[in-house]
Design a protein around this ligand. Sequence first.
Ligand code: R5P
Length: 328
Amino acid sequence: MIDARHDVGMYGDIKLYAGTSSPVLAQAVASYLNKPLCGRDIISFPNDNLFVKLHSSVRGQDCYVIQTTSVPVHRNLMEMLILIQTLRLDSAARITAVVPYLCYARSDKKDQPRIPITARLVADMIEIAGADRYITLDLHAGQIQGFFSIPGDVLSAFHILADYLVDIKKNLVNPVILTADLGFAKKARDFAAHLDAPMAFIEKRRSGNDAKSQAMTIIGDVNGKDVILVDDEIDTGGSMVQAVNIAKDNGARDIYMVFIHPGLTANATERLSDLPVKEFITTDTIPIPETKSKLFGNRLKILSIAPLLGEVICRAHEGRSVGEMFNE
Ligand code: R5P
């Protein structure tokens, strides 16, 4: 860990701000950096308009706004945008939006007539609000980086999850990496390479614009093997429920479910916790309320991204390479 306490970089001192979406993660990042979260008021008026006021000046400072944009998406997004604009108007030297989970990332292309590309709109809004940089994790599609014209660090929880899987691998029988979504196949391959395990794929189709998907077939062999089922996010849980069922139908032994962003909307938690899954392994890019986490009991393992975010903020502040953290 790097001690940023006494460092005043090119853009002044580090000032950490957080919206209300992920207070535990924001505090963990602040603790890593040995910095306080700066005071601010966020007030919601009866007409649903938000009001932000900083408790102290940020003139000439290097400011970071930590805010995940999970449910309630529009409230969380607006809080972040208004916080960024407030910092801009108070003459911050540099503002970085730290967004562990970027909303609307699945709306990334015009693949049917008369639809928007909302991920692009979100990127534009973050820039227009006044962000100079952004930090995010495991974008649903890498090309969303191209929607931003400001520089960013797109990080991955891959190393955190993969190291944990290496730890538990000794207890597994013939582990196989099964990807629940073909869009995640490339990252799934990285897990397979890291664990020196074979791969299998689920072919999934979405017919309409609702959240429903249909798992069709498994490509590859899971029979008699322990399955590590991976995906980038769980929203309604539909994809994972079908994936577990199809894996079991194909003779899978124990199933370990790995997902980076625990959206867990609708009744996903109830559906998933009923499944014959040995362990649910995820991160804290999105907070899981206790009412949900207790349904998983001790089968839920949450790996924190706070040290990763803290280290990247520290390096960004000091103008040092982030790639070298991963030997890149
Ligand atoms: C799909 O494109 C993603 O990789 C996930 O499979 C998807 O977001 C999961 O959604 P749900 O949990 O609603 O099936």
